[in-house]
Design a protein around this ligand. Structure first.
Ligand SMILES: Nc1nc2c(ncn2[C@@H]2O[C@H](COP(=O)(O)OP(=O)(O)O)[C@@H](O)[C@H]2O)c(=O)[nH]1
Ligand SMILES: [Mg+2]
Length: 247
């Protein structure tokens, strides 16, 4: 297939239980569009047969399944998947489709209006959170957003929604420079987008929490906060500028 209009990248870690239904929903949505879609699945060292399941579900569809030999984290998986994607636009979505795939139309409309980076937001007017996270997780999320705004990048309402899309060149530009392997990657993506001059547009999306989560609140909150400090430190030291100049 020549370059598809849209590549859909799904980072997966032990997703055999819920990925099948999600891929079926995405395929059904894609079949109803008047443009070509291909899939990039990144199996990040799963031990539950995620890659085999993805191969079965995507038989007959344009797709690639990329595998990490060991678990490296969502940021690392997206660096692999987003820089391998060939579509004119590249959408990343969580495997649980907490944001339903039909919301992709809203993001694509923003691209057509000229935005290189479009992020789903649960916080801007018009967003619709139909099932909330636990009180504690939601409040930790607020603290993370505040810290990300203060330390790294102002004016973003929702860093961590797992539904974002990019023009192909913005995807390669940003994810090729990503250093964070773990959960702080979201903030680094937005930092890099700003730094590289790719305008970021927030689009309100609907979102329903799936309580089945790979996030460990204590470990991953501390890990993410340390990630923000690393990003700020690299920014101060000019690490990202050096990466850009090396092009
Ligand atoms: N590649 C990769 N993906 C991960 C990892 N941990 C979580 N994910 C993916 O990130 C997405 C969101 O994970 P989830 O557990 O639903 O987190 P939550 O929605 O933030 O509670 C899913 O697609 C997961 O498969 C990981 O270590 N590596
Ligand atoms: Mg989830």
């Amino acid at each position: 297939m020549s370059e598809p209009h849209l590549s859909i990248v799904v980072p997966c870690y032990n997703e055999a239980r819920r990925l099948g239904a999600s891929l079926a929903a995405i395929r059904a949505w894609a079949a109803a569009q008047d443009f070509d879609v291909d899939f990039v699945i990144v199996d990040d060292g799963s031990s539950d047969g995620t890659a085999d399941l993805a191969a079965r579900e995507l038989a007959g569809a344009a797709h690639r399944i990329l595998r990490h030999a060991r678990n490296r984290g969502k940021g690392a998986a997206l660096r692999t998947g987003m820089t391998a994607a060939g579509g004119r636009f590249v959408l990343l979505t969580d495997a649980d489709l907490s944001t339903p795939i039909d919301q992709a139309g809203l993001l694509l409309a923003a691209h057509e209006a000229g935005a290189p980076v479009v992020i789903g937001s649960r916080k801007v007017r018009g967003a619709d959170v139909t099932r909330h996270q636990s009180w504690l997780r939601e409040h930790m999320g607020k603290v993370y957003t505040w810290l990300s705004n203060v330390l790294i990048c102002r004016g973003v309402t929702d860093f961590t929604c797992g539904f974002k899309s990019f023009t192909n060149s913005a995807a390669h530009d940003i994810f090729g420079r990503l250093r964070e392997d773990g959960w702080a990657y979201d903030t680094e993506v937005l930092y890099l987008a700003r730094r590289l001059g790719h305008r970021v547009v927030e689009v309100p999306v609907s979102w329903a929490n799936d309580p089945n989560t790979r996030v460990n609140l204590l470990r991953d909150t501390v890990g993410s906060a340390l990630g923000l400090v690393r990003i700020r430190w690299r920014a101060l030291r000019g690490t990202y500028r050096a990466a850009r100049d090396a092009d």
